[in-house]
Design a protein around this ligand. Structure first.
Ligand code: B12
Ligand code: SF4
Ligand code: SF4
Length: 421
């Protein structure tokens, strides 16, 4: 974020939105080469995105999105709505809510101050910023140490890239039902974004759609909250500013791609070699300078060009067919980026009817495999070669990505239940 105006009155949060820092397309020229390396196609008409316009927030203030199902969907978070169907029993909702409980605890602890950590606001740091800066080894060694700490704290993957204000939300919004914009605070001088990846439980993802499967999402939000805020505390203890973020503050996907986590797919997800799309991300934004990773290509774009399994499987037909486009689906699409974009109104409309989140497009993706198995690694490798058409044909004839009955999960042995792999 560029510096707020010098005038102290204008810099006060009360002066919002008049003191919102202006966009600076000329400064963004510095990303031209790294954008090309990451495969980003960004036009002159690019505009930064306000979080008020994402569909979760529109669901409150925009009457074209707000329905009785939206009210029932959010109510089910507080008071589960068990019913007879497999995957929606009281046991399943109990699993779902237990998995989400740490994330919800973090999200709720600042409500009295109007903040929703991890969703609308960054996590409140546990450790104060040390007034003394630690003695630093060379930048390569410092990077390795920070990555080692991230893994020690529980991140499954870690990558580093440059801070890029284009992906910072122009504004966050208030928790109330009007969701007016409020300042989205990123301190000046941020240089680096450390992206952490958190693998999701394979067997639970196989049982999407169900309330039970949503525990796979909840568990990672809970783990993310603990891991990412601990990493920011570590960096702050070294004397460097660091803020811990999950879904708040910035868009995540462009950072994950530039930090070398994987490639963008038609299903709107970063597809990693380690977990396929079955992975979530959190980020630490810091002034500490570290060595940047490079985007990692493993053939996803070419495979998605010939595949449309996610789009076919999506119940409300929210996913795009055909090549990437820069035509927005609606006001919840960022402007000026040529990419595969979903119709999130259709997607979220389906969630609200389900009373739980969906990830069918994650489950069915041919890259959603268990990569601890050698065969999965061989298949992934072949999917990245000229044999991709054959691999797609074989995949469509196989059972990969088909739904498992949620009740099977309760019958799993103890060993099979652990881990996100
Ligand atoms: C809001 C949101 C949603 C909303 C609404 C999106 C919207 N347009 O309003 C809905 C309900 C659709 C949604 C659904 C899901 N989401 Co979601 N979502 C987000 C969230 C919180 C914000 C994204 C946002 O502001 N979008 C608004 C505008 C920018 O949307 P857009 O223009 O359509 O752009 C999308 C993509 O094209 C991409 N993108 C944006 N800018 C750019 C630029 C470039 C160059 C590229 C290549 C891509 C890209 O990111 C956007 C994701 O919505 C992010 C976390 C974050 N802070 O980024 C998670 C996130 C994107 N979701 C995630 C996931 C996994 C899901 C689900 C599978 C649900 C689940 N159970 O977890 C589904 C998948 C649905 C689908 N196929 O799209 C993960 C993705 C992980 C991954 N492997 O990449 C994220 C990163 C959360 C996380 N903690 O990891 N989500
Ligand atoms: S299902 Fe096919 S098109 Fe969709 S993201 Fe996966 S590989 Fe790409
Ligand atoms: S999450 Fe479900 S509804 Fe949304 S795009 Fe994916 S398959 Fe479609």
């Amino acid at each position: 974020m560029t510096s707020p105006p010098e005038n102290t009155d204008a810099a006060s949060p009360d002066a919002w939105p008049a003191n919102r820092p202006p966009d600076d397309p000329q400064a963004w020229e510095r990303f031209r080469d790294s954008d090309a390396a990451a495969g980003f196609v960004i036009g002159e008409d690019f505009e930064r995105f306000s979080q008020r316009d994402d569909v979760f927030n529109r669901a409150w203030w925009d009457q074209t999105v707000h329905t009785d199902d939206v009210v029932a969907f959010y109510a089910a978070h507080q008071k589960p709505d068990p019913r007879r169907g497999d995957g929606f029993t009281q046991w399943d909702f109990a699993l779902l809510n237990s998995a989400w409980s740490v994330a919800r605890d973090y999200a709720a602890r600042g409500y009295k101050d109007g903040v929703r950590e991890g969703f609308l606001d960054s996590f409140k740091p546990f450790m104060p910023l040390s007034p003394d800066k630690a003695e630093m080894p060379d930048i390569a060694e410092a990077t390795e140490r920070v990555k080692q700490v991230a893994r020690f704290l529980g991140a499954d993957l870690v990558g580093v890239t440059e801070y890029d204000e284009r992906w910072t939300y122009t504004a966050s919004c208030h928790i109330d039902k009007v969701r007016d914009e409020k300042p989205n605070v990123v301190p000046d001088g941020m240089k680096t974004v450390i992206v952490l990846a958190h693998g999701m439980d394979h067997r639970l993802v196989e049982s999407y759609p169900s309330a039970m499967a949503a525990a796979a999402t909840g568990r990672e939000y809970s783990r993310e909250a603990a891991i990412v805020s601990s990493l920011a505390s570590f960096i702050r203890s070294l004397g460097y500013e660091a803020i811990a973020t999950s879904n708040d503050t910035t868009l995540t996907i462009p950072y994950a791609i530039k930090a070398g986590m994987g490639e963008y797919g038609r299903n709107q997800m970063v597809i990693t070699p380690e977990f396929g799309p079955r992975v979530r991300f959190s980020k630490v934004i810091t002034e500490l300078e570290l060595v940047h990773d490079q985007p990692r290509k493993h053939g996803v774009t070419e495979f998605c060009n010939i595949c449309q399994k996610c789009a076919d499987a999506c119940p409300p037909k929210a996913l795009p067919y055909g090549p990437p486009s820069d035509v927005p689906q609606n006001r919840s699409t960022i402007k000026g980026v040529k990419k595969w974009s979903a119709n999130c109104e259709k997607c979220f409309g389906y969630w609200t009817k389900l009373r739980a989140d969906c990830a069918i497009c994650m489950r069915v993706c041919p890259y959603n495999m268990d990569y601890s198995k050698l065969m999965s690694r061989i298949i992934r490798r072949l999917m990245g070669t000229r044999l991709r058409k054959l691999m797609l044909k074989l995949n469509l004839r196989s059972k990969q990505g088909s739904r498992r009955a949620p009740k099977d999960w309760w019958r799993l042995g103890r060993d099979a239940q652990s881990g996100g792999h």
